[in-house]
Write a protein that binds this ligand. Structure first.
Ligand code: S3P
Length: 172
C-alpha cells in the first residue's frame, strides 16, 4: 500500500452513478485515506434509508443535513469524501468544500450512468427518470454547478477504478 497524506480533503462530486463511492472506497483501501460517505452517514444518524428520509422528512431536510455534515468536515484533512450527487447545487456547500479541500468531478455519459444505476432502487430522484433522456435532462440542469465547483474533472466512461484513482493523483 502506498500512503499519501494530503494537507486537505478530497471531495468527490458528480451525478448519481458517476463512481464517487467506488473511487472513494478504493482510495480508502489502497492509500489508507480516511473515508467519509455522506449519504451513509446521514442514513445512519437518521436511522433510516435515503428513500425513507426523502419520503418522511422531505428533500429540504436531507439537504440541510448535507450542509451540516460539510461544516463538520472542515477540521479534517486527508479525508476522501464521497458527496451525494446534489451537494454542489448549494453555493454554501461549494464554499465549505473549497475551504479545506479539492473538488474532483467525476463524469460519465447518461448511457453509462443508466447501466450503473439500474437494478438499484435507493435513489429517490431517479424515480420516473430511469432512462437516457431523463438522466440527461437532470444532468444538463446540474452541469453548470458541477463544473463551477470542480478543481479537476475526470471522465470515467470505460475506465477502471484503479485508472481513475491514478489519474486523480497524477493531475492533482
Ligand atoms: C442525490 C444523490 C444521491 C443521494 C440522494 C440525492 C442527488 O447520492 O444523495 O438520493 O440529488 O443527486 P449519490 O450521488 O451517491 O447517488
Amino acid at each position: 500500500n502506498e500512503e499519501y497524506s494530503l494537507p486537505y480533503n478530497l471531495f468527490l462530486i458528480g451525478f448519481m452513478g458517476s463512481g464517487k463511492s467506488s473511487v472513494a472506497a478504493y482510495l480508502h483501501r489502497k492509500y489508507e485515506m480516511p473515508l467519509f460517505e455522506m449519504d451513509e452517514t446521514i442514513a445512519e444518524r437518521e436511522g433510516m434509508s435515503i428513500p425513507e428520509l426523502f419520503e418522511t422528512m422531505g428533500e429540504e431536510y436531507f439537504r440541510a443535513a448535507e450542509t451540516a455534515l460539510l461544516i463538520e468536515l472542515q477540521s479534517n484533512q486527508n479525508t476522501v469524501v464521497s458527496c451525494g450527487g446534489g451537494v454542489p447545487m448549494r453555493a454554501c456547500n461549494v464554499e465549505a468544500m473549497k475551504r479545506n479541500g479539492k473538488v474532483i468531478l467525476l463524469t460519465a455519459s447518461p448511457e453509462t450512468i443508466l447501466t450503473r444505476v439500474s437494478g438499484n432502487d435507493n435513489r429517490p430522484l431517479l424515480k420516473g427518470r430511469k432512462n437516457v433522456a431523463g438522466i440527461q435532462a437532470l444532468m444538463e440542469q446540474r452541469r453548470p454547478c458541477y463544473e463551477a465547483a470542480a478543481d479537476l474533472t475526470i471522465a470515467t466512461d470505460g475506465k477502471k477504478v484503479e485508472e481513475i484513482c491514478r489519474e486523480i493523483f497524477q493531475r492533482l
